[in-house]
Ligand binder design. Sequence first.
Ligand code: AVJ
Length: 325
Amino acid sequence: LQSQRPTVTVLAGDTALKDDGSDAIAGLTQAQKALPARFFYDDRGSQLFEQICDLPEYYLTRAETAIFRQYADDIAAATGACDLVELGSGSSTKTRLLLDAYARADLPLHYIPIDISAGILVESAEQLAKDYPGIEIHSLVGTYEQGLQQLPPASLPTRMVTFIGSSLGNFSEAESDTFFSLVAETLTTGEYFLVGIDLQKVVAVMEAAYNDSQGVTAEFNFNMLDHLNRRFDGDFQRDRFEHWTFYNADACQIETYLRAKVAHQVRLATLDLTVDFAVGETMLTEIARKFDLQQMQSCLDEHSLPVIRTFADSRGWFALLLCQK
Ligand code: AVJ
Protein backbone atom coordinates (compact mmCIF):
# COMPACT_ATOMS: atom_id res chain seq x y z
CA LEU A 1 0.00 0.00 0.00
CA GLN A 2 1.40 3.38 -1.01
CA SER A 3 1.33 5.86 1.88
CA GLN A 4 0.00 9.31 1.04
CA ARG A 5 1.92 12.30 2.30
CA PRO A 6 0.12 13.80 5.25
CA THR A 7 -1.19 17.30 4.58
CA VAL A 8 -0.57 20.13 7.03
CA THR A 9 -2.78 23.20 7.29
CA VAL A 10 -1.84 26.16 9.45
CA LEU A 11 -5.12 27.56 10.69
CA ALA A 12 -5.77 31.26 10.20
CA GLY A 13 -2.06 32.15 10.19
CA ASP A 14 -0.13 33.41 13.16
CA THR A 15 -2.73 35.67 14.68
CA ALA A 16 -4.72 32.50 15.07
CA LEU A 17 -2.22 31.48 17.74
CA LYS A 18 -2.99 34.74 19.53
CA ASP A 19 0.48 36.01 18.74
CA ASP A 20 -0.87 39.46 19.48
CA GLY A 21 -0.33 38.52 23.13
CA SER A 22 -3.57 40.02 24.38
CA ASP A 23 -4.12 37.14 26.78
CA ALA A 24 -0.54 37.43 28.05
CA ILE A 25 -1.08 41.13 28.74
CA ALA A 26 -4.35 40.43 30.51
CA GLY A 27 -2.75 37.72 32.67
CA LEU A 28 0.32 39.74 33.61
CA THR A 29 -1.62 42.83 34.64
CA GLN A 30 -4.00 41.01 37.03
CA ALA A 31 -3.54 41.13 40.80
CA GLN A 32 -2.79 37.38 40.73
CA LYS A 33 -0.50 37.11 37.73
CA ALA A 34 -1.34 34.20 35.48
CA LEU A 35 -0.39 32.95 32.04
CA PRO A 36 -2.31 30.55 29.78
CA ALA A 37 -0.87 27.02 29.93
CA ARG A 38 -0.82 27.16 26.13
CA PHE A 39 2.49 29.05 26.41
CA PHE A 40 4.21 25.87 27.62
CA TYR A 41 4.03 24.39 24.18
CA ASP A 42 6.67 25.78 21.91
CA ASP A 43 8.68 23.01 20.24
CA ARG A 44 11.01 22.67 23.24
CA GLY A 45 8.05 22.61 25.64
CA SER A 46 6.39 19.82 23.67
CA GLN A 47 9.65 17.83 23.85
CA LEU A 48 9.84 18.39 27.59
CA PHE A 49 6.24 17.26 27.98
CA GLU A 50 7.16 14.03 26.16
CA GLN A 51 9.91 13.53 28.77
CA ILE A 52 7.43 14.21 31.56
CA CYS A 53 5.20 11.43 30.25
CA ASP A 54 8.04 8.94 30.84
CA LEU A 55 8.84 10.10 34.40
CA PRO A 56 8.31 7.54 37.18
CA GLU A 57 6.15 10.04 39.10
CA TYR A 58 3.93 11.00 36.14
CA TYR A 59 1.38 8.18 36.37
CA LEU A 60 -1.20 9.80 34.05
CA THR A 61 0.24 8.64 30.74
CA ARG A 62 0.81 5.07 31.90
CA ALA A 63 -2.68 4.81 33.38
CA GLU A 64 -4.33 6.11 30.22
CA THR A 65 -2.15 3.91 28.03
CA ALA A 66 -3.26 0.87 30.04
CA ILE A 67 -6.89 1.84 29.40
CA PHE A 68 -6.26 2.14 25.67
CA ARG A 69 -4.48 -1.22 25.63
CA GLN A 70 -7.47 -2.84 27.23
CA TYR A 71 -10.35 -1.02 25.54
CA ALA A 72 -9.22 0.42 22.19
CA ASP A 73 -11.02 -2.39 20.35
CA ASP A 74 -14.26 -1.58 22.20
CA ILE A 75 -13.97 2.08 21.24
CA ALA A 76 -13.36 1.23 17.57
CA ALA A 77 -16.29 -1.19 17.57
CA ALA A 78 -18.56 1.45 19.11
CA THR A 79 -17.90 4.13 16.49
CA GLY A 80 -17.10 2.10 13.38
CA ALA A 81 -15.38 3.84 10.44
CA CYS A 82 -14.83 7.49 11.35
CA ASP A 83 -13.00 10.76 11.06
CA LEU A 84 -10.85 10.86 14.19
CA VAL A 85 -10.19 14.44 15.28
CA GLU A 86 -7.64 14.75 18.07
CA LEU A 87 -7.28 18.00 20.01
CA GLY A 88 -3.73 18.51 21.33
CA SER A 89 -2.32 15.44 19.61
CA GLY A 90 1.36 16.07 20.46
CA SER A 91 3.34 12.96 19.50
CA SER A 92 0.12 10.90 19.04
CA THR A 93 1.75 8.05 20.99
CA LYS A 94 -1.35 6.87 22.87
CA THR A 95 -3.55 7.41 19.83
CA ARG A 96 -1.52 4.79 17.97
CA LEU A 97 -3.25 2.21 20.15
CA LEU A 98 -6.55 3.47 18.80
CA LEU A 99 -5.29 3.52 15.20
CA ASP A 100 -4.16 -0.10 15.67
CA ALA A 101 -7.63 -1.08 16.86
CA TYR A 102 -9.36 0.42 13.81
CA ALA A 103 -6.81 -1.34 11.58
CA ARG A 104 -7.41 -4.70 13.33
CA ALA A 105 -11.14 -4.30 12.78
CA ASP A 106 -10.56 -3.27 9.15
CA LEU A 107 -12.39 -0.01 9.75
CA PRO A 108 -11.55 2.95 7.50
CA LEU A 109 -10.20 5.92 9.40
CA HIS A 110 -9.20 9.49 8.66
CA TYR A 111 -6.97 11.04 11.26
CA ILE A 112 -7.05 14.80 11.89
CA PRO A 113 -4.51 15.70 14.59
CA ILE A 114 -4.61 19.30 15.86
CA ASP A 115 -1.80 20.91 17.87
CA ILE A 116 -0.35 24.38 18.47
CA SER A 117 3.19 23.04 18.27
CA ALA A 118 3.94 22.66 14.55
CA GLY A 119 7.25 20.86 15.05
CA ILE A 120 5.93 17.84 16.93
CA LEU A 121 2.77 17.74 14.80
CA VAL A 122 4.59 17.54 11.45
CA GLU A 123 7.22 15.11 12.72
CA SER A 124 4.68 12.69 14.17
CA ALA A 125 2.42 12.90 11.09
CA GLU A 126 5.33 11.89 8.84
CA GLN A 127 6.06 8.90 11.06
CA LEU A 128 2.39 7.92 11.32
CA ALA A 129 2.01 8.05 7.53
CA LYS A 130 4.85 5.53 7.22
CA ASP A 131 3.51 3.26 9.93
CA TYR A 132 -0.17 3.48 8.88
CA PRO A 133 -0.18 3.66 5.06
CA GLY A 134 -3.92 2.97 4.96
CA ILE A 135 -4.87 6.02 7.02
CA GLU A 136 -5.36 9.45 5.51
CA ILE A 137 -3.81 12.11 7.75
CA HIS A 138 -4.64 15.79 7.72
CA SER A 139 -2.82 17.81 10.39
CA LEU A 140 -4.03 21.19 11.58
CA VAL A 141 -1.75 23.67 13.36
CA GLY A 142 -3.79 25.81 15.71
CA THR A 143 -5.63 26.13 18.99
CA TYR A 144 -8.48 23.80 20.00
CA GLU A 145 -11.01 26.49 19.16
CA GLN A 146 -9.58 27.12 15.73
CA GLY A 147 -9.39 23.42 15.03
CA LEU A 148 -13.01 22.76 15.98
CA GLN A 149 -14.24 25.78 14.03
CA GLN A 150 -12.27 24.93 10.90
CA LEU A 151 -12.62 21.16 10.61
CA PRO A 152 -12.66 19.67 7.14
CA PRO A 153 -16.13 18.32 6.25
CA ALA A 154 -16.67 14.76 7.54
CA SER A 155 -15.65 12.24 4.93
CA LEU A 156 -16.57 8.98 6.68
CA PRO A 157 -19.97 8.01 8.17
CA THR A 158 -19.27 9.46 11.61
CA ARG A 159 -16.78 11.52 13.58
CA MET A 160 -15.09 11.25 16.94
CA VAL A 161 -13.38 14.18 18.64
CA THR A 162 -10.78 13.05 21.18
CA PHE A 163 -9.40 15.14 24.03
CA ILE A 164 -7.19 12.79 26.01
CA GLY A 165 -4.36 13.04 28.54
CA SER A 166 -6.48 15.09 30.96
CA SER A 167 -5.75 18.21 28.92
CA LEU A 168 -9.20 19.19 30.15
CA GLY A 169 -7.61 19.67 33.57
CA ASN A 170 -6.02 22.91 32.35
CA PHE A 171 -9.46 24.49 31.97
CA SER A 172 -11.29 26.24 34.77
CA GLU A 173 -14.88 25.11 35.25
CA ALA A 174 -16.12 28.05 33.16
CA GLU A 175 -13.61 27.33 30.40
CA SER A 176 -14.54 23.66 30.29
CA ASP A 177 -18.24 24.60 30.02
CA THR A 178 -17.42 26.80 27.02
CA PHE A 179 -15.27 24.04 25.57
CA PHE A 180 -17.95 21.32 25.94
CA SER A 181 -20.50 23.65 24.32
CA LEU A 182 -18.17 24.15 21.38
CA VAL A 183 -17.61 20.38 21.03
CA ALA A 184 -21.37 19.75 21.16
CA GLU A 185 -21.98 22.47 18.55
CA THR A 186 -19.34 20.97 16.29
CA LEU A 187 -20.70 17.41 16.41
CA THR A 188 -23.91 16.31 14.77
CA THR A 189 -26.30 13.99 16.59
CA GLY A 190 -24.87 10.50 16.92
CA GLU A 191 -21.23 11.59 16.67
CA TYR A 192 -18.69 10.83 19.40
CA PHE A 193 -16.51 12.61 21.94
CA LEU A 194 -13.78 10.76 23.84
CA VAL A 195 -12.35 12.57 26.86
CA GLY A 196 -9.58 11.46 29.24
CA ILE A 197 -9.72 12.71 32.83
CA ASP A 198 -7.36 12.35 35.76
CA LEU A 199 -9.33 11.36 38.87
CA GLN A 200 -8.97 12.56 42.47
CA LYS A 201 -6.65 10.37 44.52
CA VAL A 202 -4.10 10.43 47.36
CA VAL A 203 -2.57 13.92 47.45
CA ALA A 204 1.07 12.78 47.63
CA VAL A 205 0.70 10.84 44.40
CA MET A 206 -0.77 13.83 42.56
CA GLU A 207 1.78 16.31 43.94
CA ALA A 208 4.76 14.11 43.05
CA ALA A 209 3.55 13.97 39.44
CA TYR A 210 4.06 17.76 39.17
CA ASN A 211 7.26 18.00 41.19
CA ASP A 212 9.43 15.17 39.92
CA SER A 213 12.82 14.38 41.44
CA GLN A 214 14.72 14.96 38.16
CA GLY A 215 13.36 18.48 37.81
CA VAL A 216 11.92 17.97 34.33
CA THR A 217 8.59 19.54 35.32
CA ALA A 218 10.46 22.55 36.78
CA GLU A 219 12.35 22.87 33.50
CA PHE A 220 9.03 22.66 31.61
CA ASN A 221 7.71 25.47 33.79
CA PHE A 222 10.84 27.66 33.29
CA ASN A 223 10.73 27.02 29.56
CA MET A 224 7.57 29.12 29.41
CA LEU A 225 9.75 32.14 30.24
CA ASP A 226 12.12 31.40 27.35
CA HIS A 227 9.12 31.01 25.06
CA LEU A 228 7.66 34.35 26.18
CA ASN A 229 11.04 36.06 25.77
CA ARG A 230 11.34 34.80 22.22
CA ARG A 231 7.76 35.51 21.28
CA PHE A 232 7.47 38.96 22.85
CA ASP A 233 11.10 40.11 22.93
CA GLY A 234 11.15 39.78 26.71
CA ASP A 235 13.85 39.73 29.38
CA PHE A 236 12.49 37.20 31.89
CA GLN A 237 15.42 35.61 33.74
CA ARG A 238 14.68 32.11 34.88
CA ASP A 239 17.11 32.25 37.85
CA ARG A 240 14.93 34.94 39.39
CA PHE A 241 12.09 32.45 39.77
CA GLU A 242 11.42 29.11 41.41
CA HIS A 243 9.07 26.28 40.48
CA TRP A 244 6.24 25.98 43.02
CA THR A 245 3.38 23.49 42.85
CA PHE A 246 0.81 21.98 45.24
CA TYR A 247 -2.64 20.39 45.36
CA ASN A 248 -5.38 22.84 46.31
CA ALA A 249 -7.88 20.49 47.96
CA ASP A 250 -10.71 23.06 48.00
CA ALA A 251 -10.50 23.63 44.27
CA CYS A 252 -9.55 19.97 43.55
CA GLN A 253 -6.64 21.07 41.42
CA ILE A 254 -2.87 21.10 41.19
CA GLU A 255 -1.71 24.70 40.94
CA THR A 256 1.69 25.46 39.48
CA TYR A 257 3.42 28.79 39.76
CA LEU A 258 6.66 30.58 39.05
CA ARG A 259 7.54 32.46 42.23
CA ALA A 260 9.87 35.48 42.20
CA LYS A 261 12.93 35.00 44.41
CA VAL A 262 13.80 38.70 44.26
CA ALA A 263 11.90 41.91 43.56
CA HIS A 264 12.47 42.86 39.95
CA GLN A 265 11.01 44.20 36.75
CA VAL A 266 10.42 42.39 33.48
CA ARG A 267 10.02 44.06 30.11
CA LEU A 268 8.17 42.51 27.15
CA ALA A 269 9.11 44.88 24.35
CA THR A 270 6.70 43.86 21.59
CA LEU A 271 3.79 44.03 24.04
CA ASP A 272 5.07 47.40 25.29
CA LEU A 273 4.60 45.99 28.78
CA THR A 274 6.65 46.38 31.95
CA VAL A 275 5.77 44.09 34.84
CA ASP A 276 6.83 44.44 38.48
CA PHE A 277 7.42 41.40 40.63
CA ALA A 278 7.63 41.68 44.41
CA VAL A 279 9.81 39.22 46.29
CA GLY A 280 7.77 36.03 46.75
CA GLU A 281 5.15 37.09 44.23
CA THR A 282 3.63 34.22 42.27
CA MET A 283 2.60 33.84 38.67
CA LEU A 284 0.14 31.00 37.99
CA THR A 285 1.27 29.02 34.95
CA GLU A 286 -1.07 26.03 35.17
CA ILE A 287 -3.98 24.43 36.91
CA ALA A 288 -4.47 20.68 36.53
CA ARG A 289 -7.93 19.81 37.78
CA LYS A 290 -8.60 16.37 39.23
CA PHE A 291 -12.05 15.06 38.58
CA ASP A 292 -14.87 13.14 40.19
CA LEU A 293 -16.35 10.59 37.81
CA GLN A 294 -20.03 11.12 38.69
CA GLN A 295 -19.72 14.90 38.56
CA MET A 296 -18.07 14.75 35.16
CA GLN A 297 -20.77 12.43 33.85
CA SER A 298 -23.53 14.84 34.86
CA CYS A 299 -21.58 17.76 33.45
CA LEU A 300 -21.24 16.04 30.07
CA ASP A 301 -24.89 15.10 30.23
CA GLU A 302 -25.85 18.74 30.74
CA HIS A 303 -23.87 19.63 27.63
CA SER A 304 -25.73 17.10 25.46
CA LEU A 305 -22.71 14.82 25.44
CA PRO A 306 -24.02 11.84 27.43
CA VAL A 307 -21.48 9.20 28.43
CA ILE A 308 -22.18 5.84 26.79
CA ARG A 309 -19.11 3.97 28.08
CA THR A 310 -16.72 4.58 30.97
CA PHE A 311 -13.31 2.94 30.97
CA ALA A 312 -10.93 3.14 33.93
CA ASP A 313 -7.56 1.66 34.88
CA SER A 314 -7.32 -1.03 37.57
CA ARG A 315 -6.45 1.49 40.33
CA GLY A 316 -9.27 3.86 39.37
CA TRP A 317 -6.77 6.69 38.89
CA PHE A 318 -7.76 7.75 35.39
CA ALA A 319 -10.82 7.40 33.16
CA LEU A 320 -11.72 7.60 29.49
CA LEU A 321 -15.31 8.60 28.84
CA LEU A 322 -16.91 7.83 25.49
CA CYS A 323 -19.78 10.24 24.87
CA GLN A 324 -22.30 10.34 22.05
CA LYS A 325 -24.18 13.46 21.11
C1 AVJ B 1 -1.05 18.00 29.39
C2 AVJ B 1 -2.32 19.36 30.84
C3 AVJ B 1 -2.49 16.99 30.98
O1 AVJ B 1 -1.64 18.82 33.62
O2 AVJ B 1 -0.83 16.84 33.75
C4 AVJ B 1 2.42 17.88 33.04
C5 AVJ B 1 0.59 19.06 31.64
N1 AVJ B 1 2.07 19.97 33.42
N2 AVJ B 1 3.25 18.28 34.01
C6 AVJ B 1 -1.00 17.89 33.14
C7 AVJ B 1 1.67 18.96 32.67
C8 AVJ B 1 3.05 19.54 34.23
C9 AVJ B 1 -0.45 18.01 31.74
N3 AVJ B 1 -1.57 18.11 30.74
